[in-house]
Design a protein around this ligand. Sequence first.
Ligand code: NOJ
Ligand code: MG
Length: 509
Amino acid sequence: MIYQIYPRSFQDSDGDGVGDLAGIIARLDHVAELGVDAIWLSPVFVSPMADFGYDVADYCGIDSLFGDLETFDRLLAEVHRRGMKLLLDFVPNHSSDRHPWFRESRSGRDYPRRDWYIWRDAKPDGGPPNNWISDFGGSAWTWDEPTRQYYLHAFLPQQPDLNWRNPDLKRAMMDVLRFWFDRGVDGFRIDVLWHIVKAQGLPDNPPNPDWTPALTERDRLIQHHSTDQPEAHAISAEFRALADGYGDRVLIGEIYLPNEQRARWYGTPEKPQVHLPYNFQLIASEWDAAPLRDLIASYLASLPAHGWPNWVLGNHDSPRIAGRIGERQARVAMMLLLTLRGTPTLYQGDELAIGRVTIPPDCIRDPQHFRQPALDIGRDPSRTPMPWDVSPNAGFTAGEPWLPLNPDWLARNVAAQDGDPASMLSLTKALLTLRRAEPALAVGEMRLLDAPDGVLAYERTHEGRTLTVLLNLTARPIPLGWSGTPLLSTLMTGAEAGVLHPDEGLVLQ
Ligand code: NOJ
Ligand code: MG
């Protein structure tokens, strides 16, 4: 069970309105009490924050906004003392344009580190070298007038792509992993892993025949030549070999690909790649029993025999689940996440069912919004600060929070939900307690069951013990002749035989 902390928004300790490492240390008991195995921290490295830390200017330093290495070591020790693991966010596809490597690279065409990034001449008409589009919209190429070449960036111009075909760059980045493993971190979530190598010759990407203006600019093209290259798989196997050399460590790949392509990131038993290629399908799925059933079946069927599944319901890049499907169904979704076969990742705040938050225009911060303002794809609404209690700014900061809080924070906060046995937080804890007590839920086999329309049903079995999960994906009661002993209902009341209440999920023995 992994819990994602978005450090800017977890807890501020110094009144600057931005969360920091000392703040996280102060709030670790909340995470430990949930019953989490590992914490993944979004980037805390030195950064000019053009993409809020996903633009790294020193891979081995902590940004002063968040603290320093000493505080980091203290955080690591405090996490370990509570029996949890700590995962960092490795950002190998690109650095910041302020990274000394890029400053050197752009200082002259003959500079030795020129080739650590991806530079190309203009087309004869002066245009960019190919048609690639940045994931944030606009060309993926920016012209550098002093050296009269374009550099490639899959994201912001402030995030130049690194050249993993250069052996010196590769060695330097491998050393980054060693630096943190040597310090004792337990693993990494690897940012946009499937992006890190581009096809030789950088050919144009093919147009996407299904593109409509409702989609992002990036989706005009199929990222056939700019992502998912065999050389990236080979590097991923090298990451794994390095991690395995440290013993019990884990690698998670951020990968947005269809099932069959994603499954290849597990590698083979002889040459494994990442332990968990992230599976984001629940985030965007139509919220109904039939499509969810298909999604689960086809995902599980796509895994290689040695591939352990994983599930994600939310993160700092996606709209909040409770905003998308409503709080009542978000409770059903939590039961789904925590009873499916596979490692779940829970995003901070989802344990409170934080819903839709509207960010006033003058408070918008996310660069993704500013690159394509018409699309309303800003990520700030899922990055609002954690509401802890009813003290000023919900206990998040003594200063001015960098983003507004969820508007209902006076009622929807950790302290309030801790005191309410029927709250989302209490449900989340009950689910995690059950998952810990029942190996069938943690590691059991999974079988999808036939069920009436609107109900998603499955069994988890381990060493002869079988638990059944029944989820009502609708807001109407569904007559259902179930038998067995109810262990937990999402309604946190005694379940009633013969019916699934509206929006009810049940775990039965
Ligand atoms: C994925 C990260 O989750 C996202 O927040 C970031 O903007 C991009 N990668 C670029 O690093
Ligand atoms: Mg702070």
